[in-house]
Design a protein around this ligand. Structure first.
Ligand SMILES: Nc1nc2c(c(=O)[nH]1)N[C@H]1C(S)=C(S)[C@@H](COP(=O)(O)OP(=O)(O)OC[C@H]3O[C@@H](n4cnc5c(=O)[nH]c(N)nc54)[C@H](O)[C@@H]3O)O[C@H]1N2
Ligand SMILES: Nc1nc2c(c(=O)[nH]1)N[C@H]1C(S)=C(S)[C@@H](COP(=O)(O)OP(=O)(O)OC[C@H]3O[C@@H](n4cnc5c(=O)[nH]c(N)nc54)[C@H](O)[C@@H]3O)O[C@H]1N2
Ligand code: SF4
Ligand SMILES: [Mo]
Length: 752
């Protein structure tokens, strides 16, 4: 059974607006393009399959084209991640393509300081020559490991290849150290495998799904939300642990409004009850796991009564939900979350979630976590890299944080400031930033800006004038995903498939696809042999041909599927684990050997003082952080964030719904003015905002000055000792009433 559109939209938090977008019913169009742009929803006389990049889930898209314009984007029914539907954001991709504020030409900074935005439009030749000259100089003087790439998004693959060929292994991403890093490390330590993106979760078949924060329905990953709707339609039940009454909480059998930062206590108490009452999967654990005795001893005193004092969840509710969760095993899934950099003990919390899933026997089982398969596709032949790419000694990776799996972005910032960390030698000199708005993505902006001002070169490859672009020396305007080919990458999933991103319409303005930019830079760096393809199209079709695939059929359908293989034990999958013991490691000897707690300890985190609130953040169903807040189409539904505040707390503060307020954090840093949303749907000790607003680059004519930027207030972080990732939910604010209006209408007027 597949979810109907109605079920899908019911989960979405934005109600009617999302429905209108999802079905292409919106009639208003902004007329952004000087030429005719059809109303979105118009059928094309040509349909080109590709895949989406409004977020990183890679859903299959059928793009309708009429008179050379993209008129409508719909889900590809053949594509396993979209199944004929897109989320509201994916449907609004034309709002990016036809955004009048797009970067149109390469830019070079004139003489002013970084950030003054005094740019000169130049030819591609001049921009690339300038960049290559600087990069060659840095390599000659300091070595190749003094260049770093920050990257988010599928097109980053070409720039990673460029950096490796140049000799640097400093590839980093806020989507690791400020997002899912701790989860991947926690699951790797426990199962010897991580969850990846898209996460390998069999939600559609879960009988009970437990969400620890993960706000599905606001967090709008298409397949997951469709699966979620299917699960609910089939009578599946939900346990939602969230200080806020999220969209998902509205569908839940149990909503546990936990005190923020105390989830570990709840998880340990659940484990305690499950072991104490003999509710775990004995056969599964006996066969597949090690460390049960140590775990039992570890949680012996972690009773529901104890957890109540930490979490404020009544002991009886903790025991009842533990039984409820265990009662549905093995089709009982504790969702591992995605954005998990919260309090600095995030790997340990992810370990506790991994352990709980093991007790439920959900790994490799129907309704739990499946073991993905992947379609084979041969590489395009390129020479071996001349030298093994080197990472800077100064960026904390595995050496400082024993289980960090990637170069850490804030570590690169530190390594860019002379004398900040590591050896006093030559600090990192150049950053190439691809599809990452570091000023909104990284915490402790002062450090980020200090690093930026120490650089010899900052190159931004982007589609819009995001804040980071304003600080660049060289701005390289990339073509949007609808205007370019990208390399092919098999997605690990429950069924094997390959999808192609093909150009739907030619690049507008002077924008260029990433493959072209990387190849042209490569040529100028003496690395031409590493970019032997003539075009993105040729690269992809060669690889497919070599793999024996029917290229024409794939281009026509956008996707090819392979023969299914077992991905759950019920289908004949044999479980195997990549840990040192070849078992699920409830007790982690690896961690003990590294001097870290081998079982997840409870750490009591600082709580806000009277009158202070913990700052929490999350997603809106119709936007992807700050990358879509300038999208006029999506902004018809939600154009400005607001601060959620509990109604009782608001009364005590003398504040009312709709007031314009300023948040001031523990270090005296002030937010932009923002509207207050007074609601019963949040605990009184925290406030919540949607991340990605409060843009400050005036080039984003629609989004500039709309709402507030939560990142401004993240001046304090809690670094995870296991993975080096940065917990960011450790900032407290007071709320001041502001006289001056939060005036998005200023931006709107400027545009009119
Ligand atoms: N529409 C949309 N969807 C997206 C994205 C987007 O930008 N827009 N971004 C995608 C990306 S990259 C990511 S990483 C994911 C992020 O999505 P999630 O992983 O779901 O996000 P989080 O920010 O971890 O979770 C936010 C929720 O956690 C709750 N919360 C805050 N603190 C605590 C706490 O201490 N304990 C508990 N139990 N709950 C807490 C908040 O109230 C909120 O409901 O979303 C993805 N999906
Ligand atoms: N305070 C706070 N900080 C956070 C979070 C939070 O909730 N609150 N969330 C964290 C999470 S979960 C994540 S994943 C990170 C993500 O943070 P980032 O790595 O910054 O990712 P995005 O916000 O998606 O990147 C946006 C940039 O990509 C550009 N872009 C869009 N499409 C393209 C394209 O096709 N090509 C190119 N070259 N550029 C493109 C946009 O114009 C924009 O400049 O941020 C993290 N930081
Ligand atoms: S989840 Fe939505 S925005 Fe993300 S790739 Fe899929 S359709 Fe696009
Ligand atoms: Mo993320």
């Amino acid at each position: 059974m597949t979810a109907t559109r109605r079920e899908f939209i019911q989960i979405g938090g934005a109600g009617l607006g999302a429905a209108a977008l999802g079905s292409g019913l919106t009639t208003k169009w902004w007329g952004l393009d000087p030429d005719v742009v059809h109303d979105p929803g118009t059928d094309g006389d040509q349909v080109v399959p590709t895949f989406c990049e409004l977020c990183f889930w890679k859903c299959g898209v059928l793009a309708h084209v009429k008179d050379g314009k993209v008129t409508k984007l719909v889900g590809n029914p053949e594509h396993p991640l979209s199944r004929g539907k897109l989320c509201p954001r994916g449907t609004g991709g034309t709002g990016l393509l036809y955004d009048p504020d797009r970067l149109k030409k390469p830019l070079l900074r004139r003489t002013g300081a970084r950030g003054t935005q005094d740019f000169e439009e130049v030819s591609w030749g001049k921009a690339l020559d300038f960049t290559a000259e600087k990069l060659l100089k840095i390599k000659a003087e300091c070595g190749p490991d003094k260049v770093a790439l920050f990257s988010h998004g599928f097109g980053g693959s070409f720039f990673k290849h460029l950096l490796f060929a140049y000799g640097s292994a400093n590839v980093t991403a806020p989507s690791y150290g400020q997002c899912r890093g701790p989860r991947e490390v926690g699951f790797n330590l426990t199962y010897g495998a991580s969850l990846g993106s898209p996460e390998v979760l069999d939600i559609a078949n879960s009988r009970v799904l437990t969400l620890i924060g993960s706000h599905l329905g606001e967090n709008m990953h298409n397949t997951q939300v469709q699966d979620f709707a299917q699960m609910i339609a089939k009578g599946g039940q939900l346990v939602v642990v969230d200080p806020r009454f999220s969209t998902a909480a509205g569908k839940a059998r149990y909503w546990l409004p936990i005190k923020p930062g105390t989830d570990m206590a709840l998880l340990l108490a659940w484990i305690h009850v499950i072991l104490d009452e003999g509710l775990w999967d004995r056969d599964y654990v006996a066969e597949n796991a090690v460390g049960l005795d140590e775990l039992r001893a570890h949680v012996a005193d972690k009773t529901p009564e104890w957890a109540f004092t930490e979490t404020t969840i009544p002991a009886a509710t903790i025991a009842e939900t533990a039984r409820f969760i265990a009662g549905a095993r093995p089709a009982s899934l504790i969702h591992p979350g995605r954005h998990v950099t919260w309090y600095g003990d995030d790997v340990q919390r992810s370990r506790a979630i991994a352990i709980l899933n093991a007790l439920l026997g959900s790994w490799g089982r129907r309704g739990g976590i499946f073991v993905p398969t992947q379609m084979p596709v041969p590489k395009y032949p390129v020479p071996e890299y001349a030298e093994k790419p080197k990472a800077t000694q100064d960026a904390p990776t595995g050496t400082v944080y024993p289980f960090a799996e990637e170069v850490l972005s804030h570590g690169v910032c530190d390594a860019t400031v002379p004398g900040r960390i590591g050896s006093p030698g030559c600090p990192v000199k150049a950053w190439i930033v691809y599809g990452s708005n570091l000023l909104q993505a990284l915490p402790q902006r002062k450090n980020v800006l200090e690093a930026i001002q120490n650089l010899a070169l900052l190159v931004a490859v982007d589609v819009l004038p995001a804040e980071i672009v304003g600080y660049a020396d060289v701005v390289l305007p990339e073509a949007t995903y609808l205007e370019r080919w990208d390399d092919i990458a098999p997605v690990p999933w429950s069924e094997p498939f390959l999808a192609v991103r093909q150009q739907v319409v030619p690049p507008m303005y002077e924008s260029k696809p990433g493959w072209w930019i990387a190849k042209e830079l490569g040529k100028r760096l003496g690395l031409a042999e590493y970019f032997p393809w003539e075009s993105g199209e040729q690269l992809v079709t060669e690889r497919l041909k070599k793999g024996g695939y029917d290229v024409e059929a794939i281009r026509k359908k956008g996707v090819v599927k392979g023969t299914p293989v077992p991905v759950r034990t019920e289908e004949g999958l044999q479980l195997a684990f990549g840990t040192p013991s070849k078992k699920i490691e409830l007790y982690s000897k690896q961690m003990a050997d590294a001097g870290l707690p081998p079982l997840p300890p409870f750490t009591r985190h600082e709580q806000p003082a009277d009158g202070q609130f913990r700052l929490l953040f999350g997603r809106s169903p119709v936007h992807t952080f700050g990358r879509t807040t300038n999208n006029r189409f999506l902004s018809e539904v939600y154009s400005e964030n607001e601060v959620w505040l509990n109604a009782k707390a608001a009364r005590e503060q003398g504040l009312a719904h709709g007031d314009v307020v300023t948040l001031v954090n523990q270090d005296g840093v002030r937010s932009q003015p923002v509207k207050l949303k007074v609601t019963q749907r949040i605990r009184p000790d925290c406030v919540f905002v949607v991340h990605g607003y409060g843009h400050t680059n005036p080039g984003l004519k629609f989004a500039a000055n709309r709402g507030m930027d939560d990142q401004t207030l993240v001046t304090r972080i809690a670094v995870d000792p296991v993975a080096g990732t940065t917990g960011m939910s450790v900032n407290f604010v007071v709320i001041e009433k502001t006289e001056k209006a939060a005036d998005a209408s200023v931006a709107a007027k400027a545009e009119a």
